[in-house]
Design a protein around this ligand. Structure first.
Ligand SMILES: Nc1ncnc2c1ncn2[C@@H]1O[C@H](COP(=O)(O)OP(=O)(O)OP(=O)(O)O)[C@@H](O)[C@H]1O
Length: 720
């Protein structure tokens, strides 16, 4: 029998860590299910229970030990797998409660209204959980720091790749603010607006409605809130997920917070400051939607995990010292895998796969080089966990998931209704808890249950899978138009942004190993014909739209194209697809270390390529220490100290590299990178022109290059 006071603490901790909406779902599940054949706790008692009441109810009704079992069971049933695992783990760990952040766990909220310090939608700081990157949270405090001229930006855009942690960061900002640790003086009210929920609003709303939605019992103070708009912060999370157009004319915008308009006009009015002009906005978005957002005063990029963070993450994930060390050592020695881990969601996926391989005593070397490959391995680990008796995910469920995902991507829809889930047979135990999350929303006085994929990137993955499956493998639901890959590519070509990751996964799924894995692990046949469609599309589309044949040679100029080609990892495909291209020109890109690996791969596999020109690009190096990376002009120079072309230089030293001309202008190349470039000059048999004009090389840098010029192997004819 476990000690009662410890169980008390365990349960309290577990419930305190739930988000308000999850706590609501917890109560709802409890009121409908008969656990341990004890009947149900009366609804009346559950309804108004706060977390402490709930803990007491559970302990009284089920008794100490069983209360923990029931809680774990409910967490599992409502899809809070991490919370269930954590509670199970803590119970087993014995008396010592260790603070462990499990990957996938989000900052948690509190339902206890008395504990809320300022407004009803603020999150209480979680006492036990800290986001892994807590040490660098300090830089979140400078997001709204005045610039050199003393101007405080009113709109800050937090940009970052899929799964880099934008949502986590937004919620962490809420938590820290609510705990009085961040922006204490600056903001009195902070509102978290989730863009995928905004897509659901069909009725006209006002800014005041949006505020009221977050503090429904607070009607009397709305005027007070609106009256001090310079103390308001709106966090608008997931701008890229909005399916509206923001091309509104000035006359359309609203100027009064009570004015009711369609949601796209309300949001446009906030972005363009025609309403509550003194309020502050923090907008998170994937880079692809930046253009749609227009010009803002400050941009900050989330960099992801540094090397030290990755190590810390592994240790927290595995909990077991020996396994963590073994897995980390393996990843550390695999440059590509280790680089992928800078994206937290990839860290989570890689850790999950490795943990399972370790538990099954399998060879760790099965890990993949590409994001798609890792998603395939992750899915297979989900449907077939070690030691589980659960049946593997049925093919029909997988087809249903693909159909749902593709239909959603097409309509820019991330939340799905219960009927859609049922219609596709996804309400079964082999699909629902594994791939879909339940989301409870307040709709007027009722609550509504909607579903989303465990992460948007999984929806994008399944959508891509839909397009590459053999025709007879697909389950086209009658209501939606027949979709083929050509239509997808055409639309991607026209409007890139929201289809970007889906198309990238599409390339990845056509990789030989992915095709084999999908067939072996899921029994899914991928159509080989799609590769031909893809090559044809690249050749015609690129030649007409992206290349400029009359000037110099044929040019390819989108980093995203290389990311796709990297995913397919197919030499023949590359040869065919890149046949016409002799020159790469990239402007204004911000290269992550993974992007350098991607570019290097393509440079070495693009057989007719002779020239690589980069202008105003930045190259982030592994040893960054800052979580956020400001792209505002005022901080640009300082932050770019680490711009380094190390990984690219590694590729240029490869004897396969055909490059003759390399231009790196305005790229913040310093003497540190000159060391890498000098090594290229001493090795490359083909490079005859290097232009590193308009960079801060300093004397030390120039000296390094000059020394390299004297090297007997150096073939350089022009140094700019
Ligand atoms: N700082 C962090 N510590 C631990 N895990 C993290 C952290 N940041 C992100 N993660 C993990 O990565 C997952 C994805 O993070 P998040 O949803 O915040 O990404 P995002 O940038 O909003 O992605 P998207 O643009 O695709 O919506 C989280 O569910 C969590 O598992």
């Amino acid at each position: 029998m476990e000690n009662r006071s410890r169980i008390n603490d365990l349960l309290q901790g577990a419930l305190d860590n739930l988000l308000q909406e999850d706590f609501k779902r917890f109560k709802d599940k409890l009121s409908h299910s008969d656990f341990e054949r004890k009947g149900t706790i009366p609804r009346g008692q559950l309804e108004n229970a706060d977390r402490t009441d709930m803990k007491n109810l559970l302990m009284e009704f089920y008794g100490g030990d069983t209360a923990v079992n029931v809680t774990i069971e409910v967490f599992t049933q409502i899809n809070l797998r991490d919370s269930a695992a954590k509670l199970r783990e803590e119970r087993e760990k014995g008396k010592k409660l260790k603070v462990t952040v499990k990957p996938g766990s989000l900052p948690q909220g509190s339902s206890n209204s008395s504990s809320k310090r300022r407004n009803s939608h603020c999150y209480e700081k979680n006492r036990e959980h800290e986001i892994i990157r807590a040490s660098s949270v300090i830089t979140m405090g400078t997001l709204f720091k005045p610039d050199k001229d003393g101007q405080t930006p009113q709109i800050v855009v937090l940009v970052g790749a899929a799964g880099i942690g934008k949502t986590i960061t937004s919620k962490k900002i809420m938590l820290d603010w609510a705990a009085g640790e961040l922006y204490k003086e600056m903001f009195d009210y902070v509102f978290y607006i989730n863009c995928r929920e905004m897509n659901l609003l069909t009725k006209e709303v006002s800014v005041a409605d949006m505020i009221l939605k977050h503090c429904p019992n607070n009607k009397t103070s709305i005027n007070h809130i609106l009256g001090q708009s310079d103390k308001l912060l709106f966090i608008i999370d997931g701008f890229d997920e909005l399916r509206f157009s923001f091309d509104q004319s000035e006359d359309n915008l609203c100027s009064e917070p009570w004015e009711k308009k369609p949601v796209e006009i309300i949001l446009s009015s906030l972005f363009r400051k025609s309403v509550l002009p003194e309020s502050y906005l923090l907008i998170t978005t994937r880079p692809a939607a930046l253009e749609k957002l227009g010009r803002c005063e400050r941009y900050a990029e989330i960099l992801g995990f540094s090397e030290a963070d990755r190590k810390e993450y592994f240790h927290k994930f595995f909990g077991n010292e020996k396994q963590a060390r073994q897995a980390f050592r393996f990843v550390r020695e695999n440059e590509i895998l280790f680089t992928m881990c800078f994206v937290p969601i990839m860290c989570w996926i890689i850790c999950t796969v490795l943990k399972q391989q370790l538990e099954k005593d399998e060879d760790l070397a099965q890990a993949s080089k590409t994001t798609t490959g890792m998603y395939v391995l992750y899915l297979s680990s989900l449907v077939n966990p070690p030691g589980s008796n659960s049946k593997p995910c049925k093919k029909a469920s997988l087809r249903g998931l693909c159909s749902l995902a593709a239909d959603g991507i097409w309509k820019q829809k991330i939340l799905f209704e219960e009927e859609e889930i049922k219609m596709l047979g996804l309400d079964q135990a082999d699909a629902l808890p594994l791939f879909l999350n339940e989301n409870i929303f307040q709709k007027d006085i009722d609550t509504e249950c909607l579903y989303s994929f465990i992460h948007l990137s999984f929806q994008e993955f399944f959508a891509a899978l839909f397009y590459v499956l053999e025709e007879d493998e697909r389950m086209e639901n009658s209501g939606t138009p027949k979709k083929d890959v050509k239509t997808l590519l055409e639309n991607y070509g026209n409007s890139r942004n929201y289809l970007m990751l889906t198309v990238r996964f599409l390339y990845g799924l056509l990789n030989e190993k992915s095709i084999k894995d999908m067939e072996e692990k899921f029994g899914c046949k991928i159509s080989p014909k799609i590769k031909l469609d893809l090559i044809k599309w690249i050749q015609t589309y690129k030649q007409t739209v992206l290349s400029v044949p009359s000037v110099y040679d044929k040019i390819i100029c989108q980093l995203e194209d290389f990311r796709c080609l990297y995913e397919i990892q197919d030499e023949n495909f590359m040869k065919n697809a890149l046949e016409p291209f002799t020159k790469i020109v990239l402007r204004g890109n911000n290269f992550t270390p993974m992007d350098q690996i991607v570019l290097s791969f393509c440079v070495n596999n693009c057989h007719r390529l002779v020239s690589l020109e980069m202008y105003a690009c930045t190259f982030r190096f592994e040893d960054h220490r800052t979580f956020l990376f400001s792209l505002s002009r005022d901080q640009h120079q300082d932050e770019l100290k680490h711009s380094r072309v190390f990984l690219l230089c590694q590729a240029l030293k490869d004897p396969n590299c055909k490059l003759k001309k390399l231009w790196l202008n305005y790229c913040n190349i310093t003497h540190v990178s000159c060391k890498d470039l000098a090594a290229v000059l001493k090795t490359s048999q083909r490079l005859i022109e290097l232009d590193v004009g308009t960079n801060g090389l300093q004397e030390a840098g120039v000296q390094l290059l000059c020394e390299a010029l004297k090297h007997p192997n150096c073939r350089l004819q022009r140094l700019g």
